[in-house]
Design a protein around this ligand. Structure first.
Ligand code: ADP
Ligand code: MG
Length: 395
């Protein structure tokens, strides 16, 4: 799960990380009055969306940049008025952009250096990793491509926790003098504590600024949380902003379906994550593109199957529905009843290809046959994938 920058700032601040003064506003008037209350004479107004690259983004109506530096509270109000209710498009949002319902109004910081600091999970080494670079303010992927030596990756042993020497090493790498390591080390430890305590999958501070006065301040923060641990962080779950999420993902979450929206046109319904991934590979190999990853799981109920089918049905991208089920714990007849129920509720507007194998396959096929619904059956995997690609409009 993602949260907004203004929420991430609050969490960082409670953890002991310095952030610029500021507050969130939902109307231009509120933005202006926050600016008036700040003891400074230049301000930053930042569009709040769940995406990076806001500074270089453009609004749907052509207004440039989701991060503006201005001099007066009246200008804060004017910029907020342009941003609120608009859609911000960045390289991370897709062409539609994301709606801006809030802006962060803050004091503008006099920046001496922009650094990069993150803690994320390393899936190769199965441990948290501290990532640091002096080239902050730009995407870390770009730095990794152009100048990989500018990035430090320090693995953290989760049993031992972050060691003082590791924080010192990162601080020195970030260019802090050996006599000035205390502040950055304290900050790095605070970030690691937050990462652990809130079950984050990533804490990214970009830029981490060194101010002209020598302070170390987090100017931007992106926090991601492990969805599987959200049940023990109700306070984090309450920060969810549904307006920023793919409506397909939200509907899937409501029914506890393991779903990820993609941009192809073949709606997939599969049981088991491995088979679901293999199905997407097969579709690609056959020249097609999946509209989603969907694993209905081993023990899916008839209701979940119905919900999953409805989700694919209502996805306007979907040109064909491809059901690929290997009946194990999930029995083929349960699945068939779910599909029939879903089709009765709303007749499929696109062709449906069904491949069933495994437990109770004969009963399952019988239910589908006798339903009178127009479904295309397939037996082999590749055959099924090819039929789906052809039905979606070919290669
Ligand atoms: P994004 O990463 O989404 O583009 P950032 O918050 O990182 O958004 O802002 C982009 C740039 O704007 C930063 O790299 C920094 O140079 C500048 N910036 C952001 N916040 C402030 C601030 N409070 N004071 C001064 N400059 C800022
Ligand atoms: Mg940033």
């Amino acid at each position: 799960m993602n949260i907004h920058e203004y929420q991430a700032r609050d969490l960082l601040s409670s953890a002991g990380v310095a952030v610029p003064r500021g507050a969130v506003a939902r109307t231009p008037e509120e933005a202006e009055s926050i600016a008036r209350s700040l003891p400074c004479n230049s301000f930053v107004v930042k569009a709040q969306v769940h995406a990076g690259g806001r500074g270089k983004g453009t609004f749907k109506d052509g207004f440039k940049s989701g991060v503006h530096l201005v001099k007066t509270p009246a200008q804060v109000r004017d910029v907020a008025a342009r941003m609120l209710g608009n859609q911000l498009i960045t390289h991370q949002t897709g062409p539609e952009g994301k709606p801006v319902h809030a802006v962060l109004v803050g004091e503008s910081t006099e920046i001496a250096r922009e650094l990069y600091l993150a803690i994320t999970l390393d899936r190769v080494f199965n441990c948290p990793v501290l990532i640091a670079s002096r080239e902050g303010g730009v995407e870390i992927e770009t730095v990794a491509e152009k100048n990989p030596a500018a990035i430090l990756r320090e693995k953290i042993d989760p049993g031992l926790g972050l060691q003082p020497y590791e924080a010192r090493k990162a601080s020195i790498f970030l260019g802090f003098p050996s006599t000035g390591l205390r502040a950055p080390c304290r900050l790095i430890h605070a970030v690691y504590r937050l990462f652990l305590e809130k079950d984050c999958s990533q804490v990214e501070i970009n830029p981490l600024a060194v101010t002209k006065g020598g302070d170390v301040v987090a100017l931007d923060a992106k926090l991601n949380f492990d969805d599987n641990a959200l049940f023990r962080h109700k306070e984090i779950e309450s920060l969810r902003d549904a307006a920023q999420e793919d409506p397909r993902d939200l509907a899937a979450a409501e029914h506890h379906l393991n779903y990820i929206g993609l941009d192809g046109n073949i709606g997939c319904m599969v049981n088991g994550a491995g088979l679901a991934m293999a199905t997407m590979d097969l579709l690609q190999a056959a020249g097609g593109r999946p509209a989603n990853f969907l694993d209905v799981g081993g023990g899916a109920s008839e209701q979940q199957i119905t919900a999953a089918f409805k989700l694919l049905q209502t996805d306007s991208q979907v040109r064909v529905i491809f059901i690929n089920i290997f009946g194990g714990i999930l029995k083929c007849d349960v699945l068939a009843h779910g599909i029939v129920a879903a089709c009765r509720a709303a007749a499929p507007r696109v062709p449906v290809i069904v491949r069933l194998q495994g437990t109770n396959v004969e009963e399952g096929r019988k239910v589908l046959r006798e339903s009178g619904l127009k479904l295309t059956a397939a037996e082999g995997l590749m055959e099924a994938a090819q039929k789906a690609v052809a039905a979606a409009g070919g290669k």
